[in-house]
Design a protein around this ligand. Structure first.
Ligand code: SAH
Length: 252
């Protein structure tokens, strides 16, 4: 069996219990060494074969998985955060399916939620935003034109940008055009939940200089929107006058 496992954002204790069990039982682990902590490997069996996919291309990764699966081994493919977000797993799963090899995906804590927890904020505040946009600036991987940052920003929804801090100038320029203002709260969280995590707060007008000062060029979440700093309404769910399926509201 092959398990695609989300390792979580950094802190090795943020893997799921199911993911940790799969690691403990694996005969082969292929981990994404660029962003996954090697501490996860402390749970591997002594005789486990370990590969760092940062040094491998797709065909090499597939060869290890297919060979292992045909030998009846348990294999963990350990990805950073949650594997379904910028994880490049579809291109691994489809060839396995073609070969008739069974696999399962075990989700993980994505870095965008880890970043929100680090700065103690909620993306979905009543009367502020009820939507979260996960996106990125185009890099070597293009972004479809309909999803350009300016048009996404025009929604004024809460946003989390992956893979983009290396082009902070471009990010801020597009967001300002979309928002029509530079007075929009931004937080940059570098290596959320790792020991060297950094948290930077500003606005579209001030954030570029702050990020440059901290020399952050990769491994960061850029969170944008009024959810970071604004008035909001309290939820209906916990409003004492509101009746729910579980609780009778109190009339004042
Ligand atoms: N699947 C991963 C994302 C992989 S793409 C997930 O769910 O988080 C890699 C990008 O994720 C990085 O460029 C960065 O933007 C973000 N990222 C990954 N780990 C991070 C962390 N600990 N803190 C902040 N951003 C992180």
């Amino acid at each position: 069996m092959i398990y695609f496992v989300g390792a979580g954002p950094g802190d090795p204790d943020l893997i799921t219990v199911k993911g940790r069990k799969a690691l403990e039982e694996a005969d082969i682990i292929i981990y994404a060494g660029s962003l996954v902590s090697p501490k996860h490997l402390d749970w591997a069996k002594d005789n486990c074969e370990i590969y760092n996919s940062a040094k491998m291309h797709l065909d090499e990764v597939l060869d290890v998985m297919i060979r292992g699966a045909k030998d009846g081994k348990d294999i963990v493919r350990l990805h950073t955060g949650d594997p379904s977000i910028y994880g490049a797993i579809q291109e691994q799963m489809d060839p396995l399916e073609d070969e008739g090899i069974e696999f399962e995906v075990i989700p993980g804590v994505s870095s965008f939620v880890a970043a929100a927890s680090s700065i103690k904020r909620e993306f979905t505040l009543p009367d502020v935003s009820q939507t979260v946009i996960l996106t990125r600036m185009a890099g070597r991987t293009p972004v479809p034109e309909e999803e350009n940052l300016k048009s996404l920003a025009a929604h004024k929804a809460s946003m989390a940008l992956f893979l983009s801090v290396g082009n902070m100038d471009g990010v801020v320029k597009a967001l300002k055009e979309g928002y029509g203002s530079g007075d929009v709260p931004v937080a940059v969280v570098y290596r959320a939940t790792w020991e060297d995590e950094k948290r930077i707060f500003g606005t579209l007008d001030t954030i570029v200089a702050k990020v440059k000062e901290e020399k952050i060029i990769k491994q960061a979440q850029i969170l944008v929107g009024d959810f970071l700093d604004s008035e909001y309404s309290k939820s209906k769910l916990y409003d004492k006058t509101f009746t729910t399926e579980y609780r009778q509201g109190i009339q004042e």
